[in-house]
Write a protein that binds this ligand. Structure first.
Ligand code: DX5
Ligand code: ZN
Length: 228
């Protein structure tokens, strides 16, 4: 089966109501989310703190699509098994999180998950050149990781370079940070296929009134698809 590079929208629950994750996850899935993006922060690799394996295991019970777990933590390796047990489908580690990213990606796949590698805005595409055969996803950060709602940093050149480096390999290019109907087309045109969006999906809606989530998802998807 050919690798499916259609546009996927992955709402980040960093922008959800933290007291109501189960219903928030079900609401964005009902409203058309392709994946659910889970931002794990440790207050050390990034200057913010979110949740760990027990919370992620609890989210799993509500996710029926794909649970895409983005680790903004260092070190990564001691935690891989815990996130596999928590039910992550995709586990993404930052190339900047330590000197042994190659080993980390092997361990993620070894634990039965798809392996993602993330690049901060200041890190060049070449940082993953020797990792592509170990990766199922490359995440290009278009903000400095740590917080939702930040201003988009244009990484079109990096995405284009990655698209060429990846060639025919079955690897997703995911964009994370500042995705909305104005910025998503730039990234889709450059070759991205998975668009993470937090504030631009959750704005205007709630579990009591989830229709705006659907309208927001459709607006981002339509803008991105029109650019491909
Ligand atoms: C940032 C996180 C993102 C964040 C995106 O560190 O990795 O996933 O939730 O939020 P928005 O879409 O609001 O920029
Ligand atoms: Zn993220």
């Amino acid at each position: 089966m050919p690798f499916d590079r259609r546009i996927r929208i992955a709402p980040s629950i960093l922008s959800a109501d933290f007291a109501d994750f189960g219903r928030e996850i079900r609401a964005v899935e009902d409203q058309g989310a392709d994946w659910v993006h889970v931002d794990v922060m440790d207050g050390h690799f990034v200057p913010n703190l979110t949740f760990g394996p027990p919370a992620v295991a609890a989210f799993r019970r509500h996710v029926t699509t794909v649970m895409d777990v983005h680790l903004m933590i260092a070190p990564v390796d001691p935690w891989i098994e815990a996130y596999a047990k928590a039910g992550a489908d995709i586990l993404t580690a930052h190339v900047e999180a330590g000197p042994h990213i190659h080993r980390t990606l092997q361990a993620i796949r070894g634990a039965g998950m798809k392996a993602g590698v993330a690049l901060n805005p200041g890190t060049p595409a070449e940082a993953v050149a020797h990792l592509l055969d170990l990766a199922d996803l490359v995440c290009v950060m278009t903000v400095n990781p740590g917080f939702g709602g930040q201003k988009f940093i244009d990484m079109s050149g990096k995405v284009r370079a990655l698209r060429v480096m990846i060639g025919d390999r079955p690897i997703h290019i995911e964009i994370d940070g500042g995705m909305d109907p104005a910025t998503a087309p730039l990234m889709a045109a450059a070759g991205a296929d998975v668009l993470v969006a937090g504030s631009a999906v959750f704005r205007g809606g709630s579990v009591a009134d989830p229709a705006p989530y659907g309208a927001n998802i459709r607006a981002i998807r339509a803008a991105a698809e029109a650019a491909v």
